[in-house]
Each structure stands twice: as C-alpha cells, then as structure tokens.
Design a protein around this ligand. Structure first.
Ligand code: ATP
Length: 411
C-alpha cells in the first residue's frame, strides 16, 4: 500500500493519526499544529501579559514537560516576553518523586529555566512517605492533593511570582466536568472548566494552557520532540472516583474521539448557565476552591499512558473507526420533572483566610490544617473523613457542623 501523504502539507509522509480528528500528519506538521493550537488558546484567552513572570508547575511528567517545552518555543517564536521558571513540589515519595525531580533538574538545564523545589517536609513537617506510614495508602491522595495545591501557591509567593501554569490537559478537564456532573456540583463544574482560576485575595493566578490538548497528543508531541520526561506512576493508591470518570471518558473516546473536547465544551456551556448568585459565590469561593480543589488531582492517580505506547495508540484509533458505526442515540423519557428533594441547594460560601496558616479558605481552618491536625494528633481517620466528606456529601452545612465537631474534639 502506498504511504499516506500528510493531510496538511500534502508532501511529506504521514506518520501520525491525530487523536483529536484522525487527520494523518507528518511529524513537522503535527508539531506545528499542536503548538499553534496552544498558541491560539493563549492568545484567545489573553492568558499572559508581556513581561509577566510565570512559574511552570513541573512534576517531570509528560504534561508539565510538554508545557515547559511548548511555552519556551512559543515565547521565543511569538515574543510573548515571558520570564519562565520551573516550580517543583517534592511530596517526599521515595522511588517516585525523587526520580522525577532528577528529570526536572535536567529539564531546567535543557530549557535554560531557573528551578525552585519546595518540599512537603519543610512546608508541613510531613512527607507523603510519612503520611502513608501513618494512615496507610487509603485516602492518601486527599492529603497529597490538598498539600500540593497550597504548596504551589506558597512556592510562587516565595519567588514573588503571581502566575502558576500547570499541565492539566483536556482529558483532565473532561474528567472533572464528569465528576462534578455526577456529584451535581454546579459551582465546582463552573470553576473546573475555566482556563484561569484567579483569587483576588491570594494574588496568585492559576492557569492551564493545555486545557484543549488531548493527553494522547501530548504523549505524541513528547515522543516526536524526544522530550526528556518521567513516566513512572506514583507508588501510592489511585483515587477511585476520578479513576472511574476517567475510564468512562476513555470508553467514550473509543467510540467517538471528539468526546473529550465535547465534554469540555459542554462543561463550559453549562458553567455559563450557572445562576448569577451561585456564580458569584462560586467566583468568590472559586478562589478558595480554585486554590483548594483545582481541576485534577494527581495525574499519577489516573493510570496515565506513557511515551512507549505509540503503536498501541494508533491501533486503538484504527479500531475506533469501525466503532463509530455502532454509535447510538440515547433519549431520556419525556415529561419527568426533577423531584424538588433531588435538586441541590447551593449554599453561598464566604471567602476568608485560615486562622492558622492564612491560606484562602471558606472554613475557619483550611483543609490542609485540618488534615495536619489529624496527623499531628495521631487521628488521621477523623481528619480525612471530614475532608473527603467535603467532596462527597450532599449538604455542605452538615459537613461544616461535622468539621466544627472535629475541631472541638481535637482541641
Ligand atoms: N510535584 C509537583 N510539582 C509541581 N507541579 C506539579 C506537581 N505535581 C503536579 N504538578 C502540576 O499539576 C499538573 C497536573 O498534575 P497531575 O499530577 O495531574 O499530573 P499529570 O497529569 O500526570 O501531569 P504530569 O504529566 O506533568 O506529571 C502537572 O502537569 C503539573 O503542572
């Protein structure tokens, strides 16, 4: 069979089937299309100001490595005038983060960017290895996620930087949309879909320039640019709910590759429909929540693909072509109004600062301090129940009461 020519340049031989739209592209065109799309996202959302100092949350994994490489390329190509640096959080996981940080250190040299590393040990007095030794693997991601979000803010503040970019991709955002739909949590859905999560009070803006980039394309980009990244997964346990949302999305993607972007777009459209008062409280506490529950947790929770899976990826895409004919339209029965008791009452939250550490929080004591309380008082179970309950329970007021009780019990 004659080799297929590139859909874009019509000259070179196609070596990539684009996961997003199945266009067959040559290496050069694929890299260019990928970079151009990220550039369009950046320009279309006015993401950066000229001369802005930006910290790239660098884990050494494929997403943040691609983000660093692409931002460096685009900054030079289009003259954004950004002052870029790498910011890494060392969660203290031996045999995982120590190795990935070695990759980040090499990246700092390769991309000629300064690197700042901050550890949970120095920030909280607990490494994740110590947390897991104390509480076991179950629920440890809650600690890690809460601590990391704060740690990135604190790292940026230490550097005097007001903008942190992360490697969250379209798959991550689609997972978050799906999770919040399943939780009927409209304010969080609204916050999770936004490319920028900003907080008037903390002064640190968080954004995800790869918001529309497919994870598979990120892997392809890293592979074809031969980027140096770390692909081992975290040695601690996965978060079940996100993992299930992820599996669901991956299954949908097999039948219909555009599903991921469609879910992201649907999330954006639904976010635009969030009522004003909810949106306002969402915006205010969005700062808090943005700080405390930004999209995605730890990617390693999610069973990520690695750069060595190119062949499997292309085979999977070829199979998808035949799967499309099996697509079915599912209609919901008409005229069944939602029972009032099923409708979620969204309580307005007030933004403030944690009394202990000063971090943004809608609670008197922030999630991280609550978790630390539990650890320090040798009562991890109580703390994690409260924190996980924040995510899963229907009534936030019940949880606030629960939290107050815990604090009373603890003090
Ligand atoms: N230890 C860390 N230090 C700095 N930034 C981090 C760290 N862990 C995660 N991040 C940031 O959060 C983003 C999403 O993290 P997540 O753990 O979901 O990783 P991921 O999707 O596997 O990304 P990556 O491939 O970059 O590790 C990362 O792309 C990175 O920007």
């Amino acid at each position: 069979m004659a080799p297929t020519t590139c859909f874009n340049c019509k000259e070179a031989r196609a070596v990539i089937i684009r996961p997003k739209n199945r266009h067959k592209l040559c290496r050069t065109c694929f890299l260019e299309v990928f970079e151009t799309e990220v550039h369009e996202t950046i320009i279309g959302t006015n993401l950066f100001c000229p001369g802005e100092r930006v910290a790239i949350g660098a884990s050494g994994g494929k997403d943040s490595t691609v983000l660093a490489a692409v931002l460096k390329t685009l900054n030079e190509r289009y003259g954004y005038g950004l002052d870029l640096c790498l910011l890494s959080i060392d969660e203290g996981i031996r045999g995982y983060r120590d190795d990935s940080l070695e990759t980040v250190k090499r990246n700092a040299v390769q991309y000629d960017m300064p690197l700042e590393i901050l550890g949970y040990g120095e920030l909280y007095g607990w490494t994740m290895d110590q947390v897991v030794a104390q509480i076991g693997k179950k629920g440890n991601c809650t600690y890690c996620g809460v601590f990391r979000r704060q740690a990135l803010d604190r790292g940026a503040a230490k550097l005097g930087i007001k903008h942190v970019v992360t490697g969250h991709n379209a798959d991550d955002v689609a997972e978050t949309v799906m999770m919040n739909l399943l939780r009927a949590d409209l304010p969080r859905l609204s916050r999770g879909t936004s490319i920028v999560t900003e907080s008037g009070a903390s002064d640190i803006k968080r954004s995800k320039p790869l918001k529309y980039a497919y994870e598979k394309e990120i892997v392809l980009y890293a592979h074809h640019r031969q980027l140096d990244y770390f692909s081992t997964e975290c040695i601690y346990s996965p978060e079940a709910f996100r993992g299930s949302a992820r599996t669901l999305i991956k299954d949908l993607e097999k039948i219909r590759p555009s599903s991921i972007l469609d879910i992201v777009k649907s999330g954006e459209d639904m976010a635009a429909l969030v009522p004003q008062e909810v949106n306002q409280s969402g915006k205010k506490c969005g700062s808090t929540a943005a700080a405390e529950d930004d999209v995605g947790g730890c990617g390693s929770q999610n069973g990520r693909t690695s750069g060595g899976e190119m062949a499997a990826m292309e085979k999977e895409l070829a199979e998808n072509e035949s799967a499309e004919s099996r697509e079915t339209e599912i209609r919901l029965p008409k005229g069944q109004p939602l029972n009032v008791s099923q409708q979620k009452v969204v309580k307005k939250q007030t933004l403030g600062h944690c009394e202990r550490c000063g971090y943004l929080s809608s609670q008197r004591i922030c999630k991280a301090c609550n978790l630390l309380d539990g650890l320090n008082r040798n009562r991890p179970k109580t703390a994690i129940e409260v924190s996980v309950g924040m995510e899963d329970e229907e009534s936030s007021s019940t949880l606030m009461r629960q939290m107050e009780r815990t604090q009373l019990t603890n003090s």
